[in-house]
Design a protein around this ligand. Sequence first.
Ligand code: ASN
Length: 543
Amino acid sequence: MLLSTLHTPRTLSRLSLTRHSHSYTSRASLTDQTPTLTTSPPPHSEILSTRQTLLSRHASAVDLALSRLARLRLTEPRLRAFLHLPDDDTLLSQARRLDALIAAGDDPGPLAGVLVGVKDNICTKDMPSTGGSRVLAGYRPPFDATAVKRVRELGAIVVGKTNMDEFGMGSTTEASAFQVTANPWDESRVPGGSSGGSAAAVSARQCVVSLGSDTGGSVRQPASFCGVVGLKPTYGRVSRFGLMAYASSLDTIGCFGSSVADTGILLHAIAGHDRFDATSSKQDVPDFQSQFVSVSSLESKPLKGLRVGLIRETIDKGVDAGVISAIRAAAMHFEELGCSVNEVSLPSFSLGLPAYYILAVSESSSNLSRYDGIRYGNQVYADELDSLYGGSRAEGFGSEVKMRILMGTYALSAGYYDAYYKRAQQVRTIIRNSFKEALSQNDILISPAAPSVAYKIGEKKNDPLAMYAGDIMTVNVNLAGLPALVLPCGFVEDGPAGLPVGLQMIGAAFNEGELLRVGHIFEQTLENCRFVPPIVADGDIAF
Ligand SMILES: NC(=O)C[C@H](N)C(=O)O
C-alpha cells in the first residue's frame, strides 16, 4: 500500500477500482470521495512481521497467540468459521515451547507463532477431521496430512479445523452437516465454499493464514466472497496426502492469507514432492519470497512488458455489472503498471461447467465408496451387509452428497459412460489446449473469481443448478490443472460495508512464482484499499 499517494487527486480519480472508506465505523461506499484511513495499514506480510516481533523479543509467541485468540473467541459465535477449536491451554503450550526455543537462542522456524486454520477435510492427528460430514463425526485420524506436518515443523500453530461443505461439495458452506458460516463483511451472507470457514477465519483475522482445498474453485470463490487472497496451486505442486479425496484428478490443497506475501509464504511451506503422494511433482519449489519486491511508485511501470489477457467470456452476460466494472478497473490498473492488456477468447470456456460436474461427481462416486460403515464412517446396526452399508450411508451423508454419488454412478454406468464420462474427458483435453494456446500469447490470464459477490444465506440452497453455475469462473482452471491466484480488487456497494470482488489471475503450470510477483505488485499499488471487514474492529480489539 502506497500511503504517500493515498490522498493525491490522481489516486482519487482512479478510485472506481477501490473507492472504499477505511473507517470501521462508517459505511463503505463506491461514491466515497474522501477516504479516511483510521488505522495504520497492515504489513505486507503478517508472517514476516510475526517472525521479526518474536526474534527482536518485542512480544512473545504467547502474547501474540493470546491477542489473536481473544479476537477469535469474540467473533466466533457470530461467524461459526470453526468446527473444532482446542482449548486455549493446548494452543498456548505450543506458543510456550516456541518462546523457550527463542530464549535458548534457537531459531523457532519461519512460521513460528503463526496461527493457521486448517480445513476439516485435511487430516490432523490431534483434532477431529470430519470433512464437514456426519459420516465422520468424531473421527480422529492417526496422522497429520503432509501439508499440516510441514507447517507444524516450521513453527506454526494449528488453531482449529474450519467449516466446509460436506466433502467439498458446495459453494456456500450451507452443505456442512454441522453449521453455516457467516461472511465477515455481512453476516446475513455466505462466505462462499467449500472452504468458507478457512476464508472467513482469515478475513476476520481469527488466524493469520489458513489451508483449504480447491477441486473446482473452493479456495478461490470464498477468497473472493470474503475479500482475502486465495491461491490454488498447480495440480501436483502440493501433496494431497491426508486430504480426504473428493475428485482426485482435480483436488488440490490451497492457501489463504490477508496478503499475497503471506499466501505465497504458506505455499512455499507446503509445496514440493512427497513420497506419500505419487501425483506430487518433483519440480523444484522456487523461493517465492524473493518475488516480493517493494514498489515505490506506479511511475516506474513495475510490470512493464507483462502481457495480460482478459478472458472475454468471463465479462459477459450472466456476470453482475458491479463485478464486471471492478474487473475492468483492475485491467486498467494493470495498464498503469506497464502491462499490455488484451481481451482473449477461450471459446471452450462454457464447456467447463458441464464437464467439471460430470467428472467431479464420477470421481466422487468412487472415492466416497469407502464410507460404508465398515472401512470408514458411522455404522448403523443391521443383520445383513447390504442394510449395514445402505443404512450407514443413508444416515451419514447429506442430500447434496447423496445426489452427487447417484449422478456419478449414473455417468459411469456401462450404458452412459461414453455419452457422459468419456465425452467430458474429451472436453477436458480441449479446455487444457485452449489455455495452453492462450498462455503462449499472454503471460497471465485474468477474470473475475466469481460471477457475483457473496449470496444471501439460503438464496441458492435449494437450487443446485444456480449454485453450480456460480462456479463458472473457476472450474476450467482445475480441469486444466493450472495455478490461479485470487486477490481482492474492489467493492460492490451492497451489504453494511460493501462486498469485496475478487480478481482471478491464471498462470502457466508451476508458475506460481510469477502469479505471486504480479499479485504482490498489484496489491501494493492498489492504493486506498484495505480489505478488513467491520467485524475485526468490533469489541475494541486492536487490529
Ligand atoms: N469443491 C469445490 O472446489 C467446489 C465446487 N463448488 C464443488 O462443489 O465441486
